[in-house]
Design a protein around this ligand. Structure first.
Ligand code: ATP
Length: 270
């Protein structure tokens, strides 16, 4: 590994990981807490007793191989999969059984894997969809928030009248994140935001995730790109076949030989 890659540029130093979450962690109860959650698809037990805690201000990442249960964990938090047993608490209250739109209203917003944007709608219309349910918020505030999304993603600003389906993969990912932000989340659930992106865009998406967190939004991030995710996150959980097998500060997992061999190709620069 002699060439400089975008991954090298964000090597594990304090500058890639927002400060302060550990301090927040000590002072406040968890924003989001899964306790012993079991989720089934028919006879398949996708989550076999998952416990995950996310404190306000943190970036927490879930890493693990294909089929480990990462997406199912996010879908369960968003109310898209029913909980068989266990509890999901948001701001101290159980939210098990609440419909997805109520969870969005409470402050849980997801940018789904595969983006899930509306291909026939323009960029602007897609973003407006994100504000659904915020009918009491003054239009001027929504307009400011849309401007903020455009400042995070200038490529979207240039394409506001373009239909979502004609955007590049990276632009669609930006749109999905932008739309999720317009629900004014307290916690943003990101499912594979770097999937299918060119290396330069991967680095950009991760920088934006850090920026969104610095602006006060808690993030639960699911990533195949474990090296990048661990560099950005405060804490991480490793999932294996529906169970949490490790939970630690992200920097610790980045240095963990077993994790490096299993999920980072043995090389943190990869
Ligand atoms: P990947 O990284 O490949 O997206 P993942 O960690 O997100 O994987 P999940 O998508 O949560 O894993 O899947 C966990 C388990 O649940 C897998 O065994 C998967 O086959 C199963 N599963 C997921 N969705 C369904 C479904 N709709 N019907 C049946 N089984 C499912």
């Amino acid at each position: 590994m002699s060439q400089t890659t975008p991954a090298d540029e964000i090597a594990d130093d304090a500058s890639t990981r927002p400060d302060g979450a550990e301090e927040v962690e000590r002072k406040k109860p968890p924003l989001l807490e899964l306790s012993d959650v079991v989720v089934r698809y028919g006879k398949i037990e996708a989550l076999r007793g998952v416990s995950v805690t996310v404190h306000a201000g943190e970036i927490v990442t879930l890493i693990g191989a294909n089929g480990a249960g990462k997406t199912t964990t996010l879908k369960t938090i968003s109310g898209l999969r029913p909980v068989h047993s266990g509890d999901v608490r948001f701001q101290g209250e159980s939210v098990v059984g609440l419909p997805a739109h109520e969870l969005v209203a409470l402050g849980i917003s997801q940018a789904p894997e595969g983006r899930g944007i509306f291909p026939g709608m323009t960029v602007m219309e897609n973003l407006e969809m994100g504000t659904y349910g915020r009918t009491r918020v003054p239009r001027a505030v929504i307009d400011q928030e849309i401007d903020h999304v455009f400042s995070l993603f200038p490529r979207l600003a240039d394409r506001r009248t373009q239909s979502g389906g004609t955007l590049s993969g990276g632009e669609q990912q930006m749109l999905a994140i932008g739309r999720a932000l317009l629900a004014a989340p307290k916690v943003l659930l990101l499912d594979e935001p770097s999937m299918g992106l060119a290396p330069q865009l991967v680095a950009q998406i991760f920088s934006i995730i850090t920026e969104i967190n610095r602006q006060g939004i808690t993030i639960l991030l699911v990533e195949q790109n474990a090296a990048q995710a661990l560099r950005r996150a405060h804490r991480a959980y490793v999932l294996e076949t529906g169970r949490v097998v490790k939970a630690a500060p992200a920097a610790e997992l980045l240095a963990d030989e077993t994790v490096r061999n299993a999920y980072l190709g043995g090389n943190v620069e990869s």
